[in-house]
Write a protein that binds this ligand. Structure first.
Ligand code: SAM
Ligand code: SF4
Length: 354
């Protein structure tokens, strides 16, 4: 048994009313007509920061090594997803750079046929040393999470004094050709909500593409509060005090969740993701694999399907593919935040993979 602070979700979820996967299904459709093509893989649940909207100050009890997928297991499962039509693999965590074998994992994923696009979401600490190696191994793109460039705000938000490391990581990513370098930010009331325009100016000056995302109820402490969440509309209003934002047409958006705006006539843009206040679930093409080998059809799912046990028990690729298809098929229509029956998932963001 694990000593995780949250109860283990039931292994295979079948929400009431879900229809079974039709015989002969190919690829990764769900019962509402969406098709999963974007796989988010959490390569570790560990982290070296303690962002207030994600983890408590003391951290979390990390997964024991034996419960984590080995490199070989992880790459085999990613290959099965690719065989089912996944076109993009995003490595995340926890902090993905903390997996020592990350470059080898990237190289092995890049050798899959057909080769998926490979992206990574990272807090950027240590990226200065690793960016070139990861790019050489086959990493195509990187999103670096950075909520503020004010050192005091950064230290308060992440509970660590590592702003310089993140800046160096961003510079190294750009130098390694991981372009366009994207920056992800969460606006938090009382921390960085009044410095969002400074962050945009800083990113514009360096050619980084900034996207704000609304804080979601996925923190381990269950401290999220709809009343204090900084909404996408509020971020936009705050940015518009300094910049002219021109909305790009929604058809340019596809399954991408960000509303994008030209800044001061362009060509640079800023994205604002209203994941809570204006959900984009109807266009979602994501599926997730956790570091301990559970496949999840949604960040907010209350169930998941265990791949690690059957994999270690000798299941064939076809059997594992069938389990993945079943999990994706059961994906709910929407995340339901704000609806009366909404219950925050047991796993926090850092353990699911954001
Ligand atoms: N450690 C890496 C990082 O921070 O980029 C990867 C994992 S982190 C969980 C992935 C993304 O999720 C980050 O951009 C982070 O800001 C975001 N995130 C974490 N908790 C969140 C929350 N409660 N609401 C919205 N975004 C959150
Ligand atoms: Fe770590 Fe990323 Fe969570 Fe921050 S958001 S605590 S960097 S996993």
């Amino acid at each position: 048994m694990t000593d995780l602070p949250f109860p283990r979700p039931r292994p295979v979820g079948s929400p009431a009313g879900a229809v079974g996967l039709p015989e002969g299904t190919s690829g990764l459709p769900d019962q509402f007509g969406r098709v999963a093509r974007d796989l988010r893989v959490s390569v570790t649940d560990r982290c070296n920061l303690r962002c207030t909207y994600c983890m408590p100050a003391e951290g979390l009890p990390w997964l024991p090594k034996a419960e984590m997928l080995t490199d070989e297991e992880l790459v085999r499962l990613v290959g099965i997803f690719v065989g089912l039509g996944v076109e993009q693999v995003r490595l995340t965590g926890g902090e993905p750079l903390l997996r020592r074998s990350l470059a080898e994992v990237v190289r092995a994923i890049a050798a899959l046929t057909p080769r998926p696009r490979i992206a990574m979401t990272t807090n950027g600490v240590g990226l200065d040393r690793l960016a070139a190696r990861l790019a050489d191994a086959g990493l195509d793109r990187v999103n670096v999470s950075l909520d503020t460039v004010d050192p005091e705000e950064f230290a308060a938000l992440t509970r660590r004094d590592r702003l310089r490391d993140v800046e160096a990581g961003l510079e190294a990513a750009a130098a390694a050709g991981l372009a366009p370098v994207k920056v992800n930010a969460v606006a938090m009331r009382g921390f960085n909500d009044d410095s969002v325009a400074d962050l945009l100016q800083w990113c514009l000056d360096r050619g980084y593409e900034l996207r704000f995302i609304e804080q979601m109820p996925l923190d381990a402490q269950h401290g999220w509060d709809a009343g204090t969440m900084v909404t996408a509309d509020e971020v936009r209003l705050r940015l518009e005090k300094r910049f002219t934002l021109t909305e790009l047409p929604a058809e340019d958006r596809g399954s991408a969740p960000a509303e994008r705006f030209l800044v001061d006539g362009g060509p640079q843009t800023v994205g604002i993701i209203a994941s809570v206040s204006k959900p984009f679930c109807q266009a979602c093409d994501r599926v997730r694999l956790t570091a301990d080998g559970q496949v999840r059809n949604c960040l907010f799912s209350r169930a998941e399907t265990d791949l690690r046990t059957p994999l270690r028990d000798g299941a064939s690729d076809a059997e594992l593919a069938g389990l993945v298809q079943g999990e994706v098929w059961r994906k709910a229509r929407g995340h339901g935040i704000g609806e009366p029956g909404f219950v925050q998932p047991d796993r926090p963001m850092s353990s699911i993979g954001g």
